[in-house]
Each structure stands twice: as structure tokens, then as C-alpha cells.
Design a protein around this ligand. Structure first.
Ligand code: FEO
Length: 171
């Protein structure tokens, strides 16, 4: 079946949004590194790598289907935050927005009876549930940590152990 323009357009937009997310998390990583929180900075850097892999999964899919990929400019991202808790609050809120965008893509695909695209997007629907959950989990830990420097040190150590695994290549 021919690849519909409405599906192609929304997937192009989603690629841009995934790259924007990557840029946002890399900016957060730089901010955290600047505060000496290298473990948290590492977690965000892995998050950046995940977002690039998300963008590329859609990018490759559009091209494989014979669609057109046109890369648009990436909007600027924040570079300053009030603190660590605010960073993870923004992360959680941003992931909720991305979830909405993915659901929107999915609905467009279904409306166009493009079941192959809907099927590809199903991976993202599951991934988004995990993305929201992991941001919330860290936010909960940060609430427990509060102003306790020793507890923050432990959390920084824990998040420093995160490594990038390209989940888009798992299936
Ligand atoms: Fe690609 Fe964090 O959503």
C-alpha cells in the first residue's frame, strides 16, 4: 500500500521531536555535570542516546517504506534549571507530552488504515510507559533524598552505572 502523506508528515515531525528530546537531555546532562553530579549527568547522557535511537528508528522506517525524510531545524532547549528536582520534573512532564505525540501518530496511522506504521508505533507506546516510569522513579528518589548530601552522593553513584543499550535493535 502507498505510504500516505499524512502518515509521512507526522512521522517526520516525530523524528524532529525525538531529536529535540535528545538535545534537551544533553543540555540537562551538561547542566548536571556542571554541578559536579557526574552520575546524574551520565544518566541524562544515556537518555540522550536513547532519544537519538528513537529518532533513527522512525527515520529508518520512513525510508524503508519509500517515504521522504526531511530534517527540519531543532528548536533551542533550556540550559538552566532551578535545581535537580526541577530537571526530573521537566523530564517527566516532557515524556508525558511525547506519549501524547506518539498516541497521536498511532491514531493517524489507524485512521489511514496503515497497520504497518501502527505496528511500528506499538513499540513506542510500550517504550513511553517505561520512559514515564523511570523519570517518576528518580523523582521519587530525589524527594526522599531532599537536602541530604550523603544520600545524593549515593543516588549519583547509582545513576552513574546506567549504560546505553539500544533497545530499538532488540527485536
Ligand atoms: Fe523518545 Fe523519551 O521519548
Amino acid at each position: 500500500m502507498r505510504f500516505k502523506k499524512s502518515v509521512q508528515d507526522i512521522l517526520n515531525k516525530q523524528v524532529n521531536a525525538e531529536f529535540w528530546s535528545a538535545y534537551l537531555y544533553l543540555s540537562m546532562s551538561a547542566y548536571l555535570a556542571g554541578k559536579g553530579l557526574n552520575g546524574l549527568a551520565n544518566w541524562m547522557r544515556v537518555q540522550y542516546q536513547e532519544e537519538v535511537s528513537h529518532a533513527m528508528k522512525i527515520f529508518d522506517y520512513v525510508i524503508a517504506r519509500g517515504g521522504e525524510m526531511k530534517l527540519e531545524p531543532i528548536e533551542r532547549v533550556e540550559t538552566e534549571w532551578a535545581g535537580v528536582k526541577e530537571i526530573f520534573e521537566s523530564t517527566y512532564e516532557h515524556e508525558c507530552k511525547v506519549t501524547d505525540m506518539i498516541h497521536n501518530c498511532y491514531e493517524v496511522a489507524l485512521k489511514e488504515r496503515d497497520h504497518a506504521t501502527a505496528n511500528m508505533l506499538q513499540w513506542f507506546i510500550d517504550e513511553q510507559a517505561e520512559e514515564e516510569e523511570s523519570a517518576l522513579e528518580i523523582l521519587d528518589k530525589l524527594k526522599l533524598v531532599g537536602d541530604n548530601g550523603a544520600a545524593m552522593y549515593m543516588l549519583d553513584q547509582e545513576l552513574g552505572a546506567r549504560t546505553f543499550v539500544d533497545a530499538t535493535q532488540a527485536e
